[in-house]
Design a protein around this ligand. Structure first.
Ligand code: ATP
Ligand code: MG
Length: 137
């Protein structure tokens, strides 16, 4: 069974949408295998988004992602990485298919409600940043 890393971003936590988002994952066959509600430090957030360091939106992205609580999760299921990306929808909520989490809860390109790993390798790298081995059963 595959696992992936998911973040419910500060804008979605703020609007009390944690339950709705988790329900969407569960109803489509993903399982929450680990979770923690926390506020990201600037250091960990910059490490997590290191691949975007040179992008013009990097500063804005880090300041948004550290602006309030986020829910960090390990999701498991068959084909979890790709399935999660499908359930989230396109990065830009305006382009996200109806029924996806970003179409419903995304506010903008930056404040797009959720993060999901884009590959198996990214998933393992990202899970290792935020979870200890013993927290991932
Ligand atoms: P994520 O990695 O968060 O799941 P993604 O893979 O769909 O999203 P990336 O290209 O990896 O998108 O960008 C990472 C995050 O950076 C996006 O989720 C979004 O919040 C932010 N971002 C991307 N492009 C822009 C932009 N043009 N302006 C502002 N923020 C952006
Ligand atoms: Mg990405």
């Amino acid at each position: 069974i595959e696992r992936t890393f998911s973040i419910i971003k500060p804008n979605a936590v703020k609007k009390n949408a944690i339950g709705d988002i988790i329900h969407t994952f569960e109803s489509k066959g993903l399982r929450v295998a680990a979770a923690k509600l926390t506020i990201l430090s600037k250091e960990k957030c910059e490490l997590f988004y290191a691949e975007h360091k040179e992008r013009p939106f990097f500063g804005e992205l880090v300041s948004f992602m550290t602006s309030g609580p986020v829910l960090l999760m390990c999701l498991t299921g068959e084909g979890a990485v790709l399935k999660n990306r499908e359930i989230m929808g396109a990065t830009d909520p305006k382009k996200a298919d109806a029924g996806t989490i970003r179409a419903k809860h995304g506010d903008s390109m930056g404040e797009n409600a959720v993060h999901g790993s884009d590959s198996l390798a990214s998933a393992e790298r990202e899970l290792a940043i935020f979870f200890d081995k013993h927290e991932l059963v």
